[in-house]
Write a protein that binds this ligand. Structure first.
Ligand code: GH3
Ligand code: MG
Ligand code: MG
Ligand code: MG
Length: 310
């Protein structure tokens, strides 16, 4: 049905199908006091493969949004009992940013200035009721496409492209936030490949890259439930949330051994690679401080002769 409406543009249809695939399983919420309007929009959003929930007023919608961070699209009417569309948009933007939730405001025709106010309060777009089906689909599609683009940009900004791990930027920007307001101890591990210069000398820079990729995927698969980042050339960091130092040390010691006996293959030649590890325990303190502690522990591990933990 959606495709039929877009017979005039083949390219648009292709783009649309790509976005529909991304919409699949995505949650959308409709806030509207008119039953007719709710069921019409629900049908239309289901055609775009959304998993749709409805609310009769702004307050009900706000509660649903607070309870479910998986909702990615909000379609909201202006005039509703209890809480109107403007208040809803204003309130929801306090905890759901434009990079995380798309909002389209709606209202009956003939009320000037509503569209501008919706947008000022944080909506991404606006539709006048009664709307043309094709316009409804185009606007929803475009708004969701923007959300997807933001997700793609974020993904590439926060990933290290050699290893596919999170990068330093992600580590410092997000890891700290994830740990805030938790009252338990966390362990931070800083891992540095031993004598990596020798690997580069022996196998060339490309061989060195292959080694880093393999080290990265070994770390990632072993610590799949934790936050892992490549924080420097041949340096990796792992956060083990709510895990005490003694326990953390056990995990890292097991990993150190696993790595030391692992058979790496670089340019079809087998070789061994070892790492030195610095640990720090922290609670609510800044990650930068914990990194400083882990870094001086790492320095000790190197001095102790490498392939060990401090
Ligand atoms: P140590 O045991 O003391 O850590 O010795 P090291 O040789 O590993 O120490 P150092 O930190 O001095 O050298 C790290 C080297 O890693 C230097 C740099 O050329 C290399 N390196 C950094 N990033 C990359 C990368 O992305 N690819 C490759 N191939 N090499 C890298
Ligand atoms: Mg209404
Ligand atoms: Mg280093
Ligand atoms: Mg090194």
């Amino acid at each position: 049905y959606v495709i039929k409406d877009n017979r005039d543009s083949y390219h648009y249809a292709v783009k649309l199908v790509a976005q529909l695939l991304r919409n699949q399983g995505c949650k959308a919420l409709i806030a509207d006091d008119s039953m007719l309007s709710r069921s019409l929009m629900k049908q239309m959003l289901e055609k775009q493969l959304f998993d749709v929930t409805v609310a009769n007023d702004g307050q009900e919608a706000l509660n649903l949004l607070k309870a479910d961070p998986e909702i990615k699209l909000l379609m909201t009417d202006y005039a509703m009992p209890v809480m109107d569309g403007f208040e809803l948009v204003k309130a929801v933007r306090h905890f759901r940013g434009r990079d995380d939730l798309a909002i389209i405001g709606l209202s009956g025709a003939g009320k000037h200035g509503l569209s501008a106010r919706f947008i000022k309060y944080g909506a991404n777009d606006f539709l006048t009721k009664p709307f043309m089906n094709e316009e409804f689909h185009c606007r929803v599609l475009q708004t969701m496409e923007q959300l997807s683009l933001i997700a793609d940009i974020k993904e590439s900004a926060f990933r290290d492209d050699l290893t596919g791990l999170y990068n330093r930027r992600y580590f410092y920007q997000y890891a700290e936030k994830l740990l805030k307001n938790r009252n338990q101890n966390n362990t931070l591990a800083l891992l540095d490949v031993d004598l990596f210069k020798n690997i580069n000398d022996k196998f060339g820079h490309e061989g060195g890259d292959q080694a880093l990729k393999q080290v990265g995927s070994l770390i990632r698969s072993t610590f799949s439930n934790f936050i892992v980042a490549r924080v420097g050339g041949e340096e990796f960091a792992i956060i083990l949330p709510e895990i005490e130092l003694t326990k953390g040390r056990e995990y890292l010691e097991a990993f150190r051994k696993k790595m030391a006996s692992y058979d790496f293959s670089i340019s079809d030649k087998s070789c061994t690679i070892t790492i030195s590890i610095g640990l720090a325990e922290f609670q609510n303190t800044s990650l930068t401080d914990a990194m400083r502690t882990a870094d001086s522990a790492l320095y000790k591990a190197k001095n102790k002769g490498r392939n060990c933990i401090a």
